[in-house]
Design a protein around this ligand. Structure first.
Ligand code: NAP
Length: 278
């Protein structure tokens, strides 16, 4: 029996245990995926335990995505540039950090919305942790342009500068106007359950080009005010669940080397979300 789990605080409502366990079971892998509620003062001890031979590694969520950096041996993919790790892999006692949020987002775009960002213009709303991963991944996927708007403009400017340093065409913008963009992504927490902003959308779609894709990475609720406004304007939409599943699928593949059973993961997550709603 091997173990994996999610490190965060709190983790009680995380969907990862549900769909990761479903994936391990479906693939016939003898792995138990656990919830590891980890206050900051025991983070180092928890991460050290991932070096044990029975450990595959872990997912990392709020508030530890940055803090785990110093506890790892090597950083893979874009995690060093992004400044955050959401996946830890144990390879014979050495801990490797990855960030699968951005690549998971791009995989969701390609597989679930049939939208390849290469050569396309994307407006990102938000410049927090999730937006950072997504902006680097869109640059890597050769988007023609990424424009970043944020409530706190300095943060958008800093992120645009960091991503532009990789050679991508990225700029900060002071406007949420979707005109001229092929894809508009809500990476803010506006619309998320429990924030008091459930009825709000960070932009309106009156000037959006016909056929522009609206993506909300918020997945609770599934149908946010942002997505409802985009649908009302006749635009295609993608919710936040696919990104969650694909970031998890990439983590699963890093741990196991086995292709992730994405449909099984979707089904388990949807069932859990339905149960939480009841
Ligand atoms: P974060 O680092 O705390 O960033 C929050 C972002 O939202 C910042 O850009 C912040 O702007 C903005 N914001 C918050 N309240 C706002 C308001 N009232 N008006 C305008 N902007 C506001 O959070 P995060 O980790 O990036 O997560 C952002 C959202 O994405 C959350 O809802 C999270 O659940 C979701 N998410 C989904 C996935 C997925 O797999 N689907 C993965 C990660 C995150 P300021 O900089 O001005 O504060």
């Amino acid at each position: 029996m091997k173990t994996a789990g999610i490190i965060g605080h709190p983790v009680a409502h995380s969907l990862s245990p549900v769909f990761q366990q479903a994936a391990f079971d479906y693939c016939g892998l003898d792995v138990r995926y656990e919830r590891w509620d980890t206050p900051a003062d025991v983070l180092a001890t928890r991460v050290a335990s991932l070096r044990w031979p029975e450990s595959l590694g872990a997912n990392v969520t709020i508030p530890h995505k940055e803090a785990v950096f110093l506890l790892l041996d090597e950083l893979g993919g874009q995690s060093a540039r992004v400044g955050a790790v959401n996946t830890i892999v144990n390879r014979e006692g050495r801990l490797f950090g990855f960030n699968t949020d951005g690549p998971g987002f791009v995989a969701a775009l390609k597989n679930e919305a049939v939208f390849d960002p290469a050569g396309r213009r994307v407006l990102l709303l938000g410049a927090g942790g999730a937006a950072r991963g997504i902006a680097f991944a869109l640059g890597e996927a050769r988007a023609a342009e990424v424009a970043i708007w944020n409530r706190t403009p300095e943060r958008a400017a800093r992120l645009a500068g960091d991503v532009a340093a990789t050679g991508a065409t990225v700029r900060a913008t002071g406007s949420t106007d979707p005109a001229g963009f092929d894809c508009i992504v809500n990476c803010t927490s506006v619309g998320m359950e429990g924030t008091g902003t459930e009825a709000a959308s960070p932009c309106d779609f009156a000037t959006a080009a016909p056929g522009a894709l609206a993506v909300d990475i918020v997945y609770k609720p599934e149908n946010t005010a942002f997505l409802a406004a985009a649908k009302a304007a006749g635009l295609p939409v993608l919710g936040g669940l696919p990104m969650l599943i694909y970031q998890g699928a990439l983590a699963f593949e890093l741990w196991t080397g086995v292709p992730a059973p994405v449909e099984v993961m979707f089904e388990a997550a949807r069932r859990a979300l339905d149960a939480q709603r009841r």
